[in-house]
Write a protein that binds this ligand. Sequence first.
Ligand SMILES: Cc1ncc(COP(=O)(O)O)c(C=O)c1O
Length: 369
Amino acid sequence: MNKISFSNPRINTKNTLSIIKKALKKSFPNEGDQTIEFEKKLKKLLKVKYVVATNSGTVALFLALKANDIKKGDEVLVPNITFPATANAVLMAGGKPVLVDVDPMNLLINEKSLLKNINRKTKFVIPVHISGRGSNIKKILKICKNKNLKIIEDAAEALFSKFENKYLGSFSNTGCFSFAPNKIITTGQGGAVVTNKKKIYLNLLKLKDQGRTASRVIGQEDDYNKEGYNFKFTNLQSSLGISQLTDINWRKKKLIKIHKFYIKNINQNSNFRLIKFRLAEGELPLWTDVFCSKRKKLFIFLKKRGITCRVFWKPLNKCSLFKKSFANFPNSKKLQQKLMWLPSSLTLSLKKQKRICNLINSFLEKNYN
Ligand SMILES: Cc1ncc(COP(=O)(O)O)c(C=O)c1O
């Protein structure tokens, strides 16, 4: 059977190897010239002043919170439906994640629920741009400005996605990206923090490298005047990133094409709908996500036919680490066990996508008519 998976990376091996060779020639596989080149390219593409590459999206979120001076016990509002990394990064930084309900139509953090959860301990909000959507960012910015809260954008799934002509991740003080294998570009593992503030940038540099105030003067001792870690991003990872940025426009177009094909070729009904993107505003659908009242049945139906979708994360309030009743999460309750992502690989062929659509349509006909 011709198998189809949820997401496969697209790696041009020849191109990647030629870039990696440059790093190996210098016998320098650690963070170095290629990392600087990768950061520069991202900076230009995203139209931001500073980019700091790091070893995962989770670490990017952690560093972003630390660089913005999170204090022990600070409350950080995070959406109840997100990858646990968002909340784990808060815990890692000593903060307290406070869960906020999401919007049922676009899965983004719900503004009313956000307002309800703000108190004097609240210091940060982390909006998550799920699957590349971020259309509520302006409203969040307004709320946070009024309430004097800092925003860290979790744009792990939204690299090169825009809203009203501006890149998601660049709306606030600090934005975070992931280069895990199912993203638009992958470096195996990896992430980046972007900011337009020099102070935050300098904090990030120290935090990711043992608090070092690099003198770079040969023979002179480095100073270490701040708490820091080792979250560097190697030349080898950067080579993978640089190589995938060379065809970034193709990648963006392909993701839009996949999503539009699903819209055109699946017969949606009130029990099965694609979660909408604002394509005209520049949102880039990294993955096509759907609401299906019979998710489990559909997942198994497709799986038996060689097609692997990806079921959504459990709402965080249902995970034992954060356990809470659904009382304050009515929308999450409606969505739980009903969301999944359709195959959205950069390598997905038209023929395979036609097969997926035909199978989904036959499932919908049998199960909802
Ligand atoms: C919404 C969201 N936040 C954070 C992350 C963490 O990124 P990483 O897996 O690179 O640590 C992911 C992961 O893909 C994610 O989807």
